[in-house]
Design a protein around this ligand. Structure first.
Ligand code: GLU
Length: 491
């Protein structure tokens, strides 16, 4: 039988980076087994439903390239994919459980249940239903139903037995049945609970492997009992560890700061994000760290996922992002940048597109090793496209570089200008520029820094930028001279 996995989010807001990792692990596992990855929306809790979150989720998955094989956007034969559209299915299956005497009506009022819980809490006992309605006679049940008393439907948990399941990450997990609550399967409003709907759906959608966060481990025995009650084959389970902040705290759900949307808005590259989060919880058993999605599909093993929570650090993700930028072919980098700019900063794209592409590519060559995320692009490059800012004497005078006064700046810039103006000197390639300048500075009996620091500042008027000779290479002879003259005039 081929593998079927699923991601089954409740549409309650942004897509958490932790959810993206769950999606990724499902996706990798499915693809390496030639299986099918489904998306199901668990939207029966209407109070928590957030308008637009399903569309948002699907957009996020598309943006990072983890597109489900089947789901609301690309239905197959296992739909509907919204639980709220499957209510009649749950009714049919709850009836089956009632008929088989595996579930029972519970008429306890919410006041009674609250009292019971409070009493148990005051005695430090685990809070569980006391099974009062389990032992009602058929006549008593009928009487309550006839008189219209609101009810829930609960699962009968077998007495004195053990519930076990094999977990791909944790190994065998066994729980005595006495510790399992007789959970509600159907609520008074006729909506299923998560536990009931998840099992019915996973079965009817032929899900073979359930990969989800380990906060669902305590729920799994309840699910196992339901599979047994229906006499259905148990799927495989893999509960993956949580993501933690550096302080060791769990990343809380639904906050913007840890949402995939926020990282996309900060222009993180999806491939870098996926690479980084794949390693949060999975041990690739090598010191290599950079893996493309295809490589991840080849190498990922559920059995190499560890139990301990992994720490999420945005800084570290930025390092991965920088590596991806560094290793990109120049035309690819420019194309990707254009896509990002058109999405997030079309104004800047328009501004720079009047410049020759060759000029932009030269800038990118220099920037490729400096830019960590694409949203740094504007700040790092504006001075290439706009007139240089006014002279900043504190920046251009630099005692460490032995340029101690504006007079010395002037002298240095004149030397630089002389070199640039001398048409006999070859200044086409970066190598030629380097060779020529070093030689000429030497002839002028100056130190490199003495000429090149003021030149760099004159060309960029930035605290940080590529080196002077790289700037000359990018700007070319004419533009470099123009900028230097402009600064000279201000001294
Ligand atoms: N709807 C649950 C959630 O929001 C799904 C849990 C599961 O994968 O079984 O995470």
């Amino acid at each position: 039988m081929s593998i079927v996995t699923r991601f089954a989010p409740s549409p309650t807001g942004y897509v958490h980076i932790w959810s993206l990792r769950t999606v990724l692990y499902n996706y990798l596992y499915t693809k390496q087994h030639d299986g099918k990855f489904m998306l199901r929306i668990e939207d029966t809790d209407r109070a928590r439903f957030v308008e637009g979150s399903v569309e948002n989720l699907q957009n996020v998955l598309a943006s990072v390239g983890l597109i489900p094989d089947e789901g609301p956007n690309n239905p197959g034969d296992k739909g509907p994919y919204f639980q709220s559209e499957r209510l009649d299915i749950y009714q049919e299956y709850i009836q089956k459980l009632l008929d088989a005497d595996k579930a029972y009506y519970c008429f306890c009022s919410s006041e009674r249940l609250t009292e019971l819980r409070e009493e148990q809490q005051s005695l430090w006992l685990p809070t569980k239903y006391d099974k009062k309605c389990r032992y009602l006679t058929p006549e008593e049940v009928q009487e309550q139903l006839d008189s219209g008393v609101p009810y829930t439907i609960r699962l009968k948990v077998p007495d004195n037995t053990e519930i076990s399941f094999e977990d791909a990450v944790r190994g065998k997990i066994t729980i005595p049945s006495k510790d399992v609550d007789e959970q509600v399967l159907m609520k008074t409003d006729g909506f299923p609970t998560y536990h009931f709907a998840v099992v019915v759906d996973d079965h009817l959608m032929w899900v073979t492997d359930i990969v989800r966060g380990d906060e669902w481990i305590p729920s799994t025995p309840k699910h196992v009992l339901l599979y047994q009650a229906f006499d259905w084959e148990l799927p495989n389970f893999a509960h993956v560890p949580p993501l933690l902040w550096a302080g060791g705290k769990k990343l809380s759900k639904r906050t913007w700061d840890v949402s995939v949307e926020s990282f996309l808005a900060k222009w993180f590259l999806p491939e870098a994000m996926l690479n980084y989060i794949s390693l949060l919880g999975w041990n690739p058993k090598t010191t290599e760290e950079i893996f493309s999605l295809t490589e991840l599909i080849e190498r990922f093993k559920l059995s190499d996922v560890h139990r301990a929570g992994a720490i999420f650090e945005e800084e570290r993700m930025a390092w991965f992002n920088a590596e991806y930028i560094k290793n990109m072919e120049l035309p690819t980098l420019w194309n990707k940048l254009k896509t990002y700019l058109s999405r997030y900063d079309s104004e800047y794209l328009e501004e720079i597109s009047v410049f020759p592409e060759e000029f932009i590519l030269k800038i990118l060559t220099e920037l490729q090793t400096r830019m960590r995320t694409f949203n740094e692009f504007r700040g790092l490059t504006e001075y290439f496209f706009k007139d240089v800012a006014d002279l900043d004497p504190d920046l251009i005078v630099n005692a460490k570089m032995k340029v101690e006064s504006l007079w010395e700046v002037k002298k240095s810039l004149w030397i630089c200008l002389d070199i640039l103006e001398n048409r006999d000197l070859k200044l086409e390639t970066l190598d030629e520029i380097k060779e020529t300048f070093i030689e000429e500075i030497n002839k002028a009996e100056m130190k490199n820094g003495q000429v090149l620091w003021p030149t760099r500042v004159a060309l960029s008027m930035q605290q940080f930028s590529p080196w002077a000779l790289e700037l000359i290479y990018i700007f070319g002879r004419e533009k470099s001279m123009e900028r230097i003259k402009k600064v000279l005039k201000q001294i």
